[in-house]
Design a protein around this ligand. Structure first.
Ligand SMILES: *[C@@H]1O[C@H](CO)[C@@H](O)[C@H](O)[C@H]1NC(C)=O
Ligand SMILES: *[C@@H]1O[C@H](CO)[C@@H](O)[C@H](O)[C@H]1NC(C)=O
Ligand SMILES: *[C@@H]1O[C@H](CO)[C@@H](O)[C@H](O)[C@H]1NC(C)=O
Ligand SMILES: *[C@@H]1O[C@H](CO)[C@@H](O)[C@H](O)[C@H]1NC(C)=O
Length: 416
């Protein structure tokens, strides 16, 4: 605990320094959101400070290491028992990847369903321990065994590293499910944001691997699905709502996340290209595949409101050379799951989106894609919700968070 007393005065100084983030009026429980943003900014600032003692040349990489050590420290401080009273926690190694296991308190002779959870954080921030609250809540409320996969962040583990770890862990769990009292035919995957991305890709890979049964459900909470279009109407709305480079999922922060995912480093040239939306070649942007997957005309008219929507980027702006160097990654359906050719036969899906989110539109487009392929999909949209609402923070609950959780937990209970 003595570490805490050293950091406390520093936190207070930073708190005063960081006041006043801009927040749109329609956002539910705006004041609470502001407090949370200040807290996260402080974590970021302390992380930056700690990162200064790292030796590498990539400053952002050093900052991330610093931030994640603060995040680990904070998550150790925080009790999560009230999210799932009586849930039994343990750690294990699933074929080389660390996981946390949560067993519900009710013992039973029958096999239970299983739920594999992938945390959010852009594959870049935090660790699975900071998602213990929601993992316990799922175990308790659904009476299911939850596996929280602690995959390695992309600054040590670029694409396809996290996908391989996630798939390895799921496959291992599905082949050993009964040892954990779980029915391998009743396993769901799910996660928020980057965890939604991993869940999407894992649903594809499990479907294609005939040595294991298909997953029962995929639960995608405001999933992050693509690095191809940073000027979707929802990106434009987010910038109009929060201001440039402000908020959890602004264009710059998403470009950084994509850079680390693709290359494991801060590739400044890439980040600038992404922000300008000039990283995709004109021919690919004009292709039928691109238009039927990401065309803005596939979105409801209300999502292209001219109070914020200024149209799509011009396809001819793309940089052919850049695309040639990077397209192998971008076109890989494990990187851009919406480019998978055949969505038929994928598990029943629950897709949640929120109004204050740059990623609203990719979530919506995936819902439509699944529907067209005949997949059973339920779409839950919360207009006043914001990207981050799902993440549980001890003693800091949002009203809408309760509803968001109740809705998806009821879905899981009824369908798993
Ligand atoms: C475990 O990992 C190894 C190599 O990493 C792989 O060959 C094997 O198929 C995995 N086993 C399962 C059950 O996923
Ligand atoms: C990109 O690659 C394609 C073939 O893969 C080639 O035809 C084209 O000339 C390349 N473009 C540039 C600008 O290098
Ligand atoms: C798509 O996938 C489904 C289920 O796996 C399969 O039955 C169907 O033949 C596939 N369609 C095409 C065009 O490959
Ligand atoms: C689709 O999912 C809903 C909601 O769980 C369920 O009620 C319905 O029976 C499912 N339909 C099919 C065709 O599986």
């Amino acid at each position: 605990m003595n570490k805490f007393y050293i950091i406390l005065p520093l936190l207070l100084a930073l708190l005063v320094y960081n006041l006043n983030p801009s927040v749109p009026n329609g956002l539910e429980e705006k004041w609470k959101y502001q407090i949370l943003m200040i807290f996260l900014k402080i974590v970021g600032s302390v992380g930056k400070f700690i990162g200064m003692f790292e030796s590498g040349d990539d400053k952002l990489h050093n900052t991330l290491i610093g931030m994640n050590s603060v995040a680990s420290f904070v998550s150790e401080l925080y009790a999560t028992d009230h999210f799932g009273p009586g849930v039994i926690t343990s750690e294990a190694d699933f074929n080389g990847t660390k996981v946390y296991i949560y067993q519900p308190p009710v013992t039973s002779d029958q096999l239970l369903p299983g739920f594999v959870y992938f945390r959010g954080g852009g594959l870049l921030y935090g660790n699975s321990k900071s998602f213990e609250g929601i993992a316990k809540k799922i175990a308790f409320r659904v009476n299911t065994v939850v596996i929280n996969v602690d995959y390695t962040n992309t600054y040590y583990n670029k694409f396809p590293g996290p996908v391989n770890q996630a798939f390895g862990a799921v496959k291992w769990f599905m082949s050993h499910a009964e040892e954990y009292g779980v029915d391998p035919n009743r396993i769901a995957v799910g996660g928020d944001s980057a965890g939604g991305y991993l869940s999407t890709v894992i649903s594809h890979l499990v479907h294609d691997d005939k040595s294991i049964p298909n997953l029962k459900l995929q639960i995608l909470i405001y999933p992050w699905l693509q690095c191809l279009d940073f000027h979707m109407p929802s990106y434009q709305k987010y910038e109009a709502d929060f201001g440039i480079n402000t908020g959890f999922v602004n264009r710059q922060s998403m470009a950084i996340i994509c850079s680390f995912h693709a290359w494991g480093i801060t590739n400044l040239r890439l980040i600038q290209k992404l922000i300008e939306n000039k990283h995709v070649s004109p021919s690919f942007r004009k292709s039928a595949l691109y238009r039927k997957t990401f065309g803005h005309d596939l979105l409801p008219a209300a999502y292209r409101d001219n109070s914020y929507y200024k149209g799509a980027s011009l396809p001819d702006d793309g940089d052919e050379d850049f695309w040639n160097e990077s397209k192998e990654i971008f076109l890989d359906p494990r990187f851009t799951p919406q480019l998978r050719k055949n969505m038929t036969g994928l598990p029943t899906a629950y897709v949640m989106t929120v109004g204050y989110d740059s990623l609203r539109d990719e979530g919506y487009l995936y819902v439509q894609q699944l529907k067209r392929a005949g997949v059973n999909v339920t779409w839950a949209h919360y207009e006043r919700g914001w990207h981050g609402i799902h993440w549980t923070k001890a003693g800091f609950t949002f009203r809408l968070q309760e509803k968001v959780h109740d809705d998806f937990l009821m879905f899981v209970r009824n369908n798993l």
